[in-house]
Design a protein around this ligand. Structure first.
Ligand SMILES: Cc1cc2nc3c(=O)[nH]c(=O)nc-3n(C[C@H](O)[C@H](O)[C@H](O)COP(=O)(O)OP(=O)(O)OC[C@H]3O[C@@H](n4cnc5c(N)ncnc54)[C@H](O)[C@@H]3O)c2cc1C
Length: 428
């Protein structure tokens, strides 16, 4: 039986593993993290620590919650980058937005309609959550409508919507098993074995073929052999593995920066709402109500209690400028990024004014990001194979590293659609 190795157990990795197993390969998923556990500490204790000013660096989160890995960018310095490191990858921390956004892939001639159609049946998604919205969320929705921002109810990945208590803490992992995460794709699937706590360092390339990977398991370094290797370690995870294998990544990293524009609002309760219940698509950015826990704990400007803050999230498509070598994140924002941010901030002020908040009461969140990709961008020439030209024929990438540019949109659905096709191509 042919053997496949899939590196990473996130959206791309689990989808690729599922498809490879369905094609009859013996699949081993190598995952650096462990089985995911939602954040379990008492938030009351954290509130006391926050008020005492004990939280000063976002990287402290990883000490208490190793499933959430934080990097800080060089360059602009303050951009905080978040990824998941556990079985399920970053889907474990996601707010569950199930948006199709493949415009720039379509521009290259890549049509994923068939894959998206299957995903609609394969992955549970719902827009049936409006009954749980608070009066403020409804007011914000109306404000978006009044300003011509065309808000759309967000489809959510939900394993079981009846279990969702709208606790507002999707990004800390769902304690109620309501949110769908990618590991569900391979749960109980014959032919898939997941090995956790295994860090893949490089791919072994002999002649024009990948013959396996070099892994680190604690202090031990070993080799795992395979006939097919699929790298799905994420937009920050895949480039360092390929660099260590002698295949240079392009310095074209994007991350989809996020900035919240917030204001005090007694009894807002956005901290206990489904995050991002609706979305407005704008050129190069999206807007959505979002309570930003990262800013709440680590940004000194967020002084009010969590229940008394109203906040609009800006998530934008950034320029493809940046790199990650496994240790140092370089992600400068360029002039066009700042122009997009300035425009989106103005629109956010308008939304808050529409619900009665004057501009001089607003404050910003911490600039952060969590949608990395773009260091092995596909070209038109690769639209048919979805195989990056720099790679040996039996070595594939199945994550957002392949995106030709930032989508400025939640990418899970699109990554899965790509990974599905790539895994099928890999066995032909
Ligand atoms: C807080 C937050 C909320 C988000 N919400 C949404 C949302 O609602 N909807 C949406 O579409 N997107 C959302 N995103 C983005 C989305 O979750 C990710 O872009 C997407 O899940 C990436 O999938 P992936 O499989 O490519 O990579 P990842 O999910 O990052 O998975 C990569 C896996 O590879 C492992 N790995 C990395 N390096 C190695 C190595 N060397 N060896 C072995 N294993 C390795 C990692 O531990 C990880 O488990 C969110 C992101 C964040 C941070």
């Amino acid at each position: 039986m042919r053997k496949a190795i899939v590196v990473g157990s996130g959206a791309g990795g689990c989808m690729a593993a599922k498809e490879l197993a369905a094609a009859g390969l013996a699949v081993t998923v190598l995952e650096a993290g462990r089985t995911f556990k939602p954040f379990a500490f008492d938030m009351g204790v954290f509130e006391l620590a926050r008020l005492a000013g004990l939280f000063f660096d976002e990287r402290m989160i990883s000490l208490l919650f190793p499933e959430m890995r934080i990097d800080k960018a060089r360059g602009d310095g303050s951009l905080v980058h978040v990824v998941g490191r556990a079985v399920g990858g970053t889907t474990t921390l996601a707010t569950g937005n199930a948006l199709r956004y493949d415009r720039y892939l379509a521009d290259l001639g890549i049509c994923l309609d068939a894959e998206f159609a299957v995903l609609e049946r394969e992955v549970p998604q719902t827009t049936d959550h409006r009954a749980n919205w608070s009066p403020l969320t409804e007011r914000l929705f109306d404000a978006f409508v009044n300003l011509g921002l065309d808000p759309q109810v967000t489809p959510k990945f939900m394993e079981d919507p009846t279990r969702c208590v709208a606790c507002g803490k999707c990004v800390l992992g769902c304690k109620f098993n309501a949110k769908w995460t990618a590991d569900k794709l391979i749960e109980g699937v014959d032919g898939v074995t997941v090995k956790t706590g295994v860090v893949v360092e490089s791919v072994i390339i002999e002649g024009r073929r990948a013959t396996g990977v070099v892994v680190r398991r604690g202090p031990k370094r070993e080799m795992e052999a395979a006939d097919v290797v699929v790298l799905a370690a994420g937009g920050l995870g895949t480039p360092p593995i390929l660099e260590a294998s002698g295949i240079p990544a392009k310095p074209t990293l994007f991350v989809d920066p996020v900035l919240c524009v917030a204001a005090p609002w007694e009894g807002a309760g956005l901290d206990r709402q489904l995050p991002m219940p609706f979305v407005s698509q704008q050129p190069d950015y999206i807007l959505s109500p979002y309570f930003d826990w990262l800013s709440f704990y680590f940004n000194k400007g967020w002084r009010a209690p969590s229940g008394d803050i109203v906040s609009i999230m800006i998530k934008m498509a950034d320029a493809s400028v940046g790199s990650y070598d496994g240790r140092h994140l370089v992600k400068p924002l360029v002039d066009s990024d700042w122009e997009t941010i300035a425009h989106a901030v103005d629109v956010s002020y308008d939304i808050l004014e529409e619900v009665g908040v004057p501009r001089d009461r607003t404050f910003f969140g911490t600039l952060n990001a969590g949608h990395p990709g773009g260091c092995f961008p596909l070209t038109e020439a690769e639209a048919g194979s979805l195989h990056h030209a720099a790679l040996p024929q039996n070595l594939h990438i199945a994550d957002a590293s392949l995106f030709p540019r930032s989508m400025g949109n939640p990418p899970i659905l699109t990554i899965m659609a790509l990974a599905k096709r790539i895994a099928r191509n890999a066995v032909q």
